[in-house]
Each structure stands twice: as structure tokens, then as C-alpha cells.
Design a protein around this ligand. Structure first.
Ligand code: SF4
Length: 417
């Protein structure tokens, strides 16, 4: 069973030990990091304009969904490595770390682009949540406020009701105007990893209300897929796009080291660019110019070092390089659904939510977020959990990431049930 930090182990195999040691030492000492900041200009990460916000954000967005105890120190370390776009949420319990950081280093606040999220029963309720978010964060303004996990179905965050129409509703339009009028919120968006997110993005493009959308995706969306076309539509409407859940779920721990040699054969770009597979996934995603930034939870200094290194050394990958990388990753056995509309369940002839079940397993095994995974699983109905009798071979054939459901689902029952 993986502990919360276990994902760092295989990644360490790719990094030069010296850099990792220096990084860890710096993070353990806030004063050392501050001293480094004072002496030398922090390295700049590449930036892109975040849609209609007009703000140039770093292409790496520091996520805080998987947070260690000393998160405020890790935030300082990310900052020292050039990250200027940070992400938190009411449900993560990580806003306090920003408050602590801003109290110790008030000069940081205007230097960063800070996003937080909250879940509400209806759009106008967000107006009542702003002050609580400001208080939790220790700031008097939020750069970007997301409606959290916009959903047509109540799964992850206990939200209820059909929210599909929110991105084009009159109530949302009035709420966004009112939020901005307070001067406490500069930009508004929503975050989604819902199976119907392609439709949500289509509706958002039609509505034209949202400044930013954070969406679960991967770097190899089929050109004609509904999600890819919806991303195009949003991009054309100048809605800023942030990708998420890009790394999680790839490379099941047990298969990682075993498959490394083969992965390098299947994906020469790993060797040519001296990238580990996680860095390569980021560079593949950044090769999509529609995406302004990629939000990645980085629970330790090694991952911060690797991901900022990938950003600093970024140059676009060719379609052939991205295809090769995809082949290599699929062979290594990904476990999380991140890219689709539930084709697996339809192909398997079941009402079980095969994609959600594997995603919750990822939270458990890969993130080490045991309680979160079990809570998310517990929200599903018996019918949504019960995959017995499903045609798992057909589900695998239908899944664009080729998830091995026959291997993964018994684990779901064992670990989350
Ligand atoms: S087919 Fe694969 S990617 Fe699509 S919902 Fe199912 S598990 Fe997720």
C-alpha cells in the first residue's frame, strides 16, 4: 500500500541526486530559501496569457490538493523555483498555508496569481463565500475564483443539482458581475473533471461568461473528439484554459521501474531530452498552445525541482514524439481515467462508473489520499459501484487510455469498499 509520499520514489530514480539533495535542504529551511531569494533573482518560468484575463501566468501552476504538513515551506520553494501561479480550494484545507506565507512575506502576494475554488448549490451563493475565502487565505483579493468541480451529477464534492447550464445562465452572468464589482475577485471560472466536461465546455463557449476553465485532460486527445473540439471552441472565445489531472494515474508504481527501459525504447524523446516520463507528459501538454498552464500537485521538493526544470527546458514536442510517449505510457499501465465520456461503461454494458472507480483508486494508491478516495467512493450508489457482470474486455478496448479494468476493479473493491 502506498503512503502519501510514495509517488516520489520512482521519480527520484530520474533526478540527479545532487540537485535533489540541495532542493530538500533548501525546503527544510525557510530562511535559507528567503536568503537565496534575496541574493539572486529567482529563475523565470515561461509564461502564457491566460485567455481574456490578459494575465501572463507561468505555464506551471502549483496545485495544493495533495499537501504535506509543511506546505507553506513548499510554497516558498516553488516560488524560489519560479512558480507564480498557485491553486488551492476550500475543500483542500490548504488555504491556511498561503495565509501563513503571506503573513511572513507580504511582498509575495502581488507577485503571484492566486486561484481558489468553492462549491456552491447555485451560482449566486458564491457571493456569500468570498469573505470566507479571503479570510482563510489572508488576502484582500482573489485573482481567480473557480466554481469547484462543476458537475451534472453529484459525485466528488457532495454538490447537488444539474449544473450543466450554469456557464450560460443569467444567474451566473449576474453573479460574475457582482463578484467583480466587490473588487475582491478579479476573474471567475470553473473547474471540471466531469465525464460530461466536453458538453460543459461547449456550453461555456456558447455562454462566453467564464474567464478561465480548469479541465482534466491529457496531451493526446483525438483531433475529432468532442473534448478537443470543445477546447477549441473555448480557446476561440478567449477563455483561459488550465489543464489538470495530467500526471496523476500514469505509471502504476509497480510497473514503473520494470517498464522504464522499454519506455525509453518506445519514446526516444525521454532519452534525447533527458526527461523523466512525468516531465515528458508536461512538455507534451505544453506543446498544445491552447493551454495556458498546467496545474500539478507537487507534494515534495523533488517533484517541484523536476517539474520546474521541465518548464524551464520546455520546447514543443512534435506529434510523432507525443505519439511515442503515449505508446510508452500505455504499456506502463496507467490507472486513471482522465480523458473521456464514459465509453468504458457503455461498452461494458454496465451502469457502474468504471472511470470514477479507477480515478478514486488513483487518489488512494497514487496520491495516498485514502480518506478522500473512500469518501468519494462512498458517495456512489450501489449500482454505480457494482461492476460484476460487466464486459471488462470491451471496456478496456473502448477506453482511450486502455485501462486494465479486470486488474484494477478488484483492487477498488478491496481498498475502497
Ligand atoms: S473509457 Fe477510459 S478514459 Fe473514458 S471514462 Fe472510461 S476509464 Fe475514463
Amino acid at each position: 500500500m502506498a503512503d502519501p509520499d510514495s509517488t516520489s520514489m520512482p521519480r527520484r530514480a530520474f533526478i540527479q541526486q545532487g540537485a535533489a539533495t540541495v532542493a530538500a535542504a533548501a525546503a527544510l529551511s525557510p530562511s535559507a530559501t528567503e536568503a537565496q531569494d534575496a541574493k539572486s533573482k529567482p529563475p523565470e518560468l515561461p509564461r502564457r496569457v491566460l485567455g481574456k484575463t490578459g494575465v501572463q501566468v507561468t505555464i506551471l501552476n502549483g496545485g495544493t490538493a495533495r499537501a504535506p504538513d509543511a506546505l507553506d515551506r513548499l510554497l516558498r520553494f516553488e516560488y524560489s523555483r519560479g512558480v507564480r501561479f498557485f491553486d488551492t480550494a476550500a475543500t483542500y484545507g490548504t488555504e491556511e498555508a498561503f495565509k501563513k506565507w503571506f503573513a511572513a512575506m507580504p511582498e509575495v502576494r502581488p507577485q503571484i496569481f492566486l486561484a481558489t475554488k468553492d462549491g456552491v448549490a447555485r451560482p449566486s451563493d458564491m457571493l456569500k463565500r468570498v469573505d470566507a475565502r479571503l479570510e482563510a487565505l489572508g488576502t484582500d483579493y482573489i485573482d481567480l475564483l473557480y466554481f469547484h468541480a462543476l458537475s451534472g451529477k453529484a459525485v466528488d464534492f457532495g454538490l447537488t443539482g444539474n449544473e450543466m447550464d450554469w456557464p450560460k445562465s443569467r444567474e451566473m452572468k449576474e453573479t460574475i458581475a457582482a463578484l467583480k464589482k466587490t473588487g475582491k475577485v478579479r476573474h471567475v471560472g470553473f473547474a471540471t473533471h466531469d465525464q460530461r466536461r466536453a458538453e460543459q465546455l461547449e456550453i461555456a463557449a456558447e455562454g462566453g461568461l467564464m474567464d478561465v476553465i480548469m479541465v482534466a485532460m491529457n496531451p493526446w486527445l483525438e483531433k475529432d473528439s468532442r473534448l478537443n473540439r470543445a477546447i477549441d471552441a473555448c480557446h476561440k472565445k478567449n477563455i483561459g484554459l488550465v489543464a489538470m489531472k495530467v500526471l496523476a494515474g500514469h505509471l502504476a508504481l509497480s510497473g514503473f521501474m520494470r517498464d522504464l527501459k522499454q519506455m525509453r525504447l518506445d519514446s526516444p524523446v525521454l532519452k534525447q531530452r533527458e526527461l523523466n516520463p512525468y516531465q515528458a507528459i508536461l512538455q507534451a501538454l505544453w506543446s498544445d498552445e491552447r493551454i495556458a498552464s498546467v496545474c500539478v500537485a507537487m507534494p515534495n521538493t523533488d517533484q517541484v525541482t523536476q517539474n520546474t526544470d521541465a518548464a524551464q527546458r520546455f520546447h514543443p514536442m512534435s506529434p510523432a514524439e507525443i505519439r511515442g510517449l503515449r505508446t510508452a505510457l500505455l504499456k506502463a499501465g496507467p490507472m486513471m481515467c482522465a480523458a473521456c465520456d464514459g465509453s468504458c461503461s457503455r461498452a461494458a454494458g454496465t451502469n457502474a462508473r468504471l472511470g470514477d472507480l479507477t480515478r478514486f483508486l488513483t487518489y488512494y494508491e497514487h496520491h495516498g489520499a485514502h480518506r478522500w478516495a473512500r469518501e468519494a467512493y462512498a458517495v456512489l450508489t450501489e449500482e454505480q459501484r457494482n461492476w460484476q457482470g460487466a464486459d471488462l474486455a470491451s471496456a478496456r478496448a473502448a477506453c482511450p487510455t486502455g485501462l486494465d479494468f479486470a486488474q484494477l476493479l478488484p483492487k477498488v473493491d478491496r481498498l475502497l469498499g
